[in-house]
Design a protein around this ligand. Structure first.
Ligand code: HEC
Length: 103
C-alpha cells in the first residue's frame, strides 16, 4: 500500500516531537521561573544554591518522565500557577544542567 505524500508529511512533526519530548523550550525563561518558585525550599533543605537537591546521592529520578512528574508534584505544592509548558521548560532546564537523561 502506498501512502499519499501528505500522509507521510503529517507524520514528520510527530517524529521530531518524539525525539525531544519537551519540544522547543525557552531555557533562559525556565531558569528564571525555577529560581523564583523552586529555589528557596530546596536551599532551606540543602543549603548553598540548593542544587544539591538535584545532585545528591540516591536522588530519586531516573528518566525524563519521572523528572517531569517530580517538577509537576513540587510545583503543585507552591501554587505557582505555571502552565504545563512552563513545567516542561523547567524540567528541560533541570535536565540540561543536572540530570542529563537522554530518555
Ligand atoms: C515546599 C518545598 C519545595 C518547593 C517549593 C519545591 N520543592 Fe522540589 N522538592 C522538595 C522536597 C521535599 C523534595 C525531595 C523529596 C524527597 O526527598 O523525597 C524535592 C525534590 C525535587 C526534585 C527531585 C530531586 C531528586 O531527588 O532528584 C526535583 C526535580 C524538584 N524537587 C523540583 C522542584 C521544582 C521544579 C520546584 C519549583 C516548582 C520545586 N521543586 C519546589 C520540596 C520542594
Amino acid at each position: 500500500m502506498r501512502l499519499p505524500l501528505v500522509a507521510l508529511l503529517s507524520l514528520l512533526p510527530l517524529a521530531a516531537h518524539a525525539e525531544e519530548p519537551w519540544g522547543k523550550v525557552d531555557l533562559q525563561a525556565a531558569k528564571a521561573l525555577h529560581d523564583k518558585a523552586c529555589l528557596s525550599c530546596h536551599v532551606r533543605m540543602y543549603g548553598g544554591d540548593g542544587s544539591k537537591m538535584y545532585t545528591r546521592d540516591g536522588r530519586m529520578l531516573s528518566n525524563r518522565l519521572e523528572l517531569l512528574q517530580r517538577v509537576a508534584a513540587c510545583n503543585a505544592q507552591v501554587n505557582s500557577g505555571w502552565f504545563p509548558e512552563e513545567e516542561g521548560a523547567v524540567a528541560a532546564w533541570l535536565n540540561q544542567h543536572y540530570y542529563h537523561f537522554d530518555k
